[in-house]
Write a protein that binds this ligand. Sequence first.
Ligand code: BGC
Length: 732
Amino acid sequence: MKETDLRQLLNDMTLEEKIGQLVQLPGYFQQEGAVTGPAGDMGLTQNDLRFAGSYLGIIGAEKIKKLQTAFMEQHPHHIPLLFMADIINGYRTVFPIPLAQGCTFDPGLVEEGASIAAREAAAAVIHVTFSPMADLVRDARWGRVMESTGEDPYLNGQMAAAMVRGYQGDSVQQKGNIAACLKHFAGYGAPEGGRDYNNVELSPRTLREDYLPAYQAAVDAGCEAVMTSFNTLDRIPSAANEWLLKEVLRKEMGFSGMVISDWNALEELMAHGIAADQKEAAFLALRAGVDMDMTSPIYTRNLRQLVEEGKVPEQWVDESAWRVLTLKNKLGLFEKPFKDANEKDENALLLSTAHRQAALECAEKSFVLLKNEDRMLPLLGDEAAFIGPYVDSRYLNGAWSIFADDQDTVTIKTALSHYSKTRNIPTAPGCPINDPDQPIMGFQKHFSPDPCDPEAALRDAMILAKQAKKVVLCLGEHRECTGEAASRGDITLPKCQLRLLDEVSKVTQNIIVVLFGGRPLDIRPLKEKAKAILAAWLPGTEGGNAVVRTLLGECNPSGKLSMCLPYCVGQLPIHYNHLITGRPFHGDHHDGRFGSKYQDIPNDPLYPFGYGLSYTTFSYSPVRLSAKSMTKQGNVTASVTVTNTGACFGTETVQLYLRDLAASVARPVRMLKGFRKVALAPGESKEVSFTVSEAMLRFFGLSMRYASEPGDFDIFIGPDSHTENKARFSLE
Ligand code: BGC
């Protein structure tokens, strides 16, 4: 529709109709749909439902076509509904969780995954996905770390932008593309104590320097919508934070699309204690710039009265309705209200061979080899027994894969029968996935403990362990232990799994652990007792195939940690790009008392950000610089030669970090500013170069201006965030 026609449409709409556009109803109002937050009685009338702007969480071409048709017929201006849903790491073909996708350090791969998710979802009539989640994370207690691509602002920005490009393509109107809704603005990834929905305290500088860049990258990539976060920031919940939404998001960051609240967040303004009643909540949210109210009754039941009483200018309603209508128009819904809905496409696309292949590749590239002593991996043949609750588990998708069917997931056991030479690899669960006394409250449904007798399972497993040359232990946290509302104060493995590890280690030293889960766990016992550890996260539909192919050496691990693995929960929050303090600790506990350290645990994580091994080895030459100094207009080229010093083909992610040695405000010990993937045959060397420009040296200095300051800088180039391979240059 032409913009003038859209304006005319808005002019012709009644106040009630315009308010309707600002309302998103939960799918369960249609007796179905995903419930991802508290499901309440919104107290709406049939009339309220008649004018709604959007539905959340309903899927399926046939069903939605009927709903859309009936809805438009009865709507006075025949305005189509917008269908939104959480397509996070795939729709029916499930890709690894975002935290694992971060470990690929491969934005191209992530973009492809998002575009496949979009194609599948579009065929099932999703118009907008609530993704990417660009929240920076530093605390593994928070269950939603699985939805983030990790702890680094630069990596997160690359990944968020890649996802937006993947979902939206060149235009959201084109077939197979959907609109991206960036979330959760802002700072949701920093809840106090790692407890979901909790308060967030961020200094203005930390907010801008570390937390906003990934959101900015998604905005720059053109995301069409933004979701507010549940948390308070400077004691103001985001859904009522006018400064955050208008000054920062719209003016400074240049976002011009639609802003939607998170689930029921407007109603929750009362619980936060900043709105005395529903009317005040409606006023505060609309004034702040929340265009659409996700699943609460606040706008529907209060805006009309507020406008009639003169407390809310109708202009505010018009502006928000305009943004909703604009998004519908961009998607082409006025001409094609079903957009790409197509039962045939749905059948052909969902879980197609090509989609599964892409999911397999992404999973393989997300695996991080943490340890590999005595060449435990790859397996040479069928010499290992596979033990553990994940051997035959279909729970390889993250908590958000609400539209996927676990039956489509390839388990390790199934994959083994396909890939192994003898087709007779011994397997046993060994124990349940969770301790029987720790029942899990599911995301969508309740999970009862596995029907597995722990004692009998252990007995059976030990028979296999004693006979095998190597034992592959498939362990990990249950997928429902991460995701929304899944914060944990204890990030160790369930007791029954640790017991299994303990018992197996009494009969063999040759233990390989494949570790599953949605968060960095405290894996000290694994590091101590296993000779090899492969972090496989929650790898999705093709998880079993990806794990088995990797263990057998059909592919070589190349993932790098997108979030460090802490030594233990007491270190949290932890991140590599921290400030140095006035009393830096250099690692020697005999050095005296007064350093910034713990008395009982190290400062360093168990495995740092960016870390990951390969079946081959790589060496790095010292860093070479094209010049020792540069002007603000110039640049310096920093290079290394990377050599494959091992016996097989492999891919290394070469990482560039910068450190500003003295500035007007304290600067992090280093910050990731670039990375490149380099594939090398045995013995092969390649030069990898990075251009360092003045823009990469900017930060929010004393006056809060984003600018560089002259002085000395260290350039680090190496395999992870702990590299000491460095050279110094100065900015004139
Ligand atoms: C979550 C969002 C999600 C929304 C809709 C909320 O509970 O915080 O991330 O997009 O539900 O399902």
